[in-house]
Design a protein around this ligand. Structure first.
Ligand SMILES: C[S@@+](CC[C@H](N)C(=O)[O-])C[C@H]1O[C@@H](n2cnc3c(N)ncnc32)[C@H](O)[C@@H]1O
Length: 185
């Protein structure tokens, strides 16, 4: 099933609605405060940030706050229920620096070299986000001095090694549990 089908599937939207409760829980916020995890990605004022698979928006508003009004956060989420939920949160909070896009991250349709930081937070490994397709797309949209920030939960599943082996990213660093990679030239 590809992400377009995933987004439209009534069954999956319903199923994920329940998963959404876990994603939003207070216990989760307590165990993994979004600010601390996002600090690991080194977000800075004014940056253009791509959030892949924003889910219910556990990280979205905090990331938007960290990059400030001059920044731009693009939250990509194919599932209609989740994308609508994030959109609602953004509107309610009155944030104007967030754009929620209902789209597959394998084909972002974003401009080449337009993103400072791409966040892969809690999204890999995932069956509809195969690294073989996702990494070239992230490499394409990231600026040459941009950064791919990967937060993995509950296990790394060999993802950091796979990213380095792809040859598309180098310079692995780890801060607050977040792996950061630089696009290879
Ligand atoms: C485990 S959830 C994590 C959500 C959020 N990042 C969090 O940590 O709370 C994985 C998310 O990735 C999204 N996703 C799955 N395939 C995707 C794709 N091809 N492009 C973009 N997002 C995708 C799912 O819809 C889901 O919201």
């Amino acid at each position: 099933m590809d992400a377009a089908q995933l987004g439209k599937s009534r069954f999956l939207n319903l199923l994920f609605r329940f998963a959404g409760f876990t994603m939003e829980s207070r216990l989760r916020s307590w165990l993994m405060p979004p600010e601390k995890t996002l600090l690991g990605a080194g977000l800075k004022t004014g940056q253009t940030v791509l959030e892949v698979g924003s889910g219910t928006g556990f990280f979205t508003l905090t990331a938007a706050k960290m990059i400030g009004k001059s920044g731009h956060l693009i939250a990509l989420e194919p599932l209609s229920d989740f994308a609508d939920k994030v959109e609602g949160k953004v509107r309610q909070a009155g944030y104007e620096n967030v754009e929620v896009i209902k789209r597959d991250a394998l084909k972002t349709e974003l401009e080449t070299a337009s993103i400072d930081v791409a966040l892969l937070y809690g999204v890999v490994p995932f069956p509809t986000l195969p690294l073989k397709q996702l990494l070239p797309e992230m490499h394409r949209v990231l600026k040459p001095d941009g950064s791919l920030a990967v937060w993995l939960f509950p296990t790394t599943g060999g993802v950091p090694t796979a990213i380095l082996r792809s040859g598309l990213f180098t310079n692995q660093e780890k801060k607050n549990g977040v792996y950061s990679f630089t696009p290879a030239k």
